[in-house]
Design a protein around this ligand. Sequence first.
Ligand SMILES: *Cc1c(COP(=O)(O)O)cnc(C)c1O
Length: 218
Amino acid sequence: MSLAEIDNKIGAACTTAARPRASVALVAVSKVQPLDRVRTVLNGGQRLFGENRVQEAAERWLPLREEFPGVKLHLIGHLQTNKAKEAVKLFDAIETIDSLRLAEAVKSEMDKQGKNLDCFIQVNTGDEAQKNGVPLQDLEKLLRICREDLKLNICGLMCIPPQDEIPDLHFALLHKLSLEHKLPNLSMGMSADFEIAIRYGATHVRVGSALFGIRENR
Ligand SMILES: *Cc1c(COP(=O)(O)O)cnc(C)c1O
């Protein structure tokens, strides 16, 4: 689908949900995509992109940023503490804070670099053993320490629902948690379900293959 088609779908989903179009941002997930596809979307005016690996993102975006001013990058993949430095240098927001150890590493790097990036806490709403994200029962504590002790700019929550389930319950749960904790942003919804996510209050939809085409294997 073209950028315009995705944009129309987001607009229609906003209308259905009685939400302003401006309340939902498209995070174009460019990981692994060929450069020509990314350029097409950049030329269409898109400036917000998501990547899930720090090194790969740096190689691609350091040159592209020179060429396309105003690009913003969200880290949407798991971050290892030893890559916190590079991540803080490159990204504008980190959507995948999911442990105290990582929060501390990111905080310490941001202090060194004089930055205070927007951060989302990734929640493991499906309680899946293999999945990243803070377990539900640990969210409140992590959030409290991030806000009160580390003074991180926690702006929202992020989730990736289990693949074999309909996403609705997960989106509804993340929405409820964001209200409880007074967090304005919700990063949820991917190619297959971003319109559903908008119904449940998503402010950031992360769309890859629907926009750029099927990804090659790495
Ligand atoms: C790859 C990825 C996406 C995009 O997935 P599509 O199904 O291609 O839209 C969204 N979020 C995360 C965290 C991802 O890793």
